[in-house]
Design a binder for this molecule. Structure first.
Ligand code: NAG
Ligand code: NAG
Length: 304
């Protein structure tokens, strides 16, 4: 009996080893196959320190410029611009939006991609808890400021990068800023749930406007997102074989931004380039509406 158990224990790593390519393939499932060309289109990608006119909106302009050069070299698209945007500061968000609206007539694609994960308790320039402040409120304000332009440019799309982590998320209205209790890991999950709820509420509000909105689970992607957590960095290292490259991680966002005929699925959550299930919390429109109102209130946006 013990012999059999031992044998199984020994075989397990071997089996995992043999199955690894399959598992890897499963995890990197979902490739954006759209060949859409985007002449004359304008896109904004936040936090992209990584055919259309593309604005990379990020905190570190120098790093952004390096990425822009890389994209220019790889794609031959010279129209890649870098603009300063710090989502942890509503002044910076307003300045970015103001500048963008002044220089561009159109906006066809907005990818709300930037985010922080598991940072120690800290606050944004406006005093919001960092996760909810950057991942949710920052993008909320940015989307709000660019919404008229998106409507004028319809058909247009907004893609919100959320995460499977929303599974553990809850919207605690009495503790939205982590003032009563705080866990760095959970704060991330809450903010990712907020992303999905907002996608749903925004989709509802934008029905018939020609602006479609999606939220996306990019997969577990190797990125700088783990910069705040030593443990996460270690885990990432160990399991790196099973973790998506940034290219793979971008596929679902690209799919939602580019694939034709997705309009009817506005408000949906995507993973591996397919519509996917979200938790009951993430479908609760009562919570979605209340969160919308609370967010407007926090950001001083007039409610309608
Ligand atoms: C994206 O998420 C942000 C923050 O949660 C929200 O304000 C915005 O309305 C969302 N946009 C879309 C298109 O879902
Ligand atoms: C939505 O959430 C509220 C508050 O948590 C809860 O009372 C309500 O039953 C939920 N509704 C649905 C349909 O799950």
């Amino acid at each position: 009996m013990i012999g059999v158990l031992l044998l199984l224990l020994l075989l397990l790593p071997l089996l995992l080893f043999i199955a690894a390519p399959q598992i890897r393939k499963m995890l990197s499932n979902g490739v954006c196959t759209s060949t859409a060309q985007l002449p004359g289109k304008v896109a904004v990608v936040t936090g992209a320190n990584t055919g259309a006119r593309v604005y990379i909106a990020c905190r570190d302009v120098q790093k952004g410029e390096l990425v822009a050069r890389e994209i220019q070299t790889m794609t031959g698209n010279q129209q890649v611009f870098v603009r300063k945007l710090d989502l942890a500061d509503t002044k910076s968000i307003r300045a970015f939006a103001g500048g963008f609206l002044a220089e561009e007539k159109h906006l066809h694609i907005l990818i709300n991609n930037a985010g922080v994960m598991m940072c120690p308790y800290s606050r944004t320039a406006d005093g919001f808890e960092m996760h909810i402040g950057v991942n949710h409120l920052g993008h909320f304000l940015l989307t709000h400021l660019l919404l008229e332009k998106l409507k004028e440019s319809a058909p247009s799309r907004v893609v919100n990068v959320s995460s499977l982590a929303h599974l553990l998320g809850r919207i605690h209205f009495h503790n939205l800023q982590g003032e009563k209790f705080y866990s760095a890991g959970l704060a991330y999950c809450h903010s990712k749930l907020a992303n999905i709820l907002f996608t749903k509420e925004l989709a509802r509000r934008l029905e018939g406007s020609g602006v479609s909105v999606y939220s996306v689970h990019p997969g577990t992607v190797h990125s700088e997102l783990t910069r705040h957590s030593f443990l996460m960095r270690c885990l990432w290292r160990i399991f790196s074989f099973f973790i998506k490259t940034p290219q793979e991680g971008a596929q679902t966002s690209l799919h939602c931004a580019l694939a034709e005929g997705l309009e009817i699925l506005s408000g949906s959550h995507f993973s591996d380039c397919r519509v996917t299930w979200v938790t009951a919390q993430a479908r609760n429109m009562t919570v979605a509406r209340r969160l919308w109102d609370v967010s407007c209130d926090l950001l001083g946006i007039p409610m309608d």
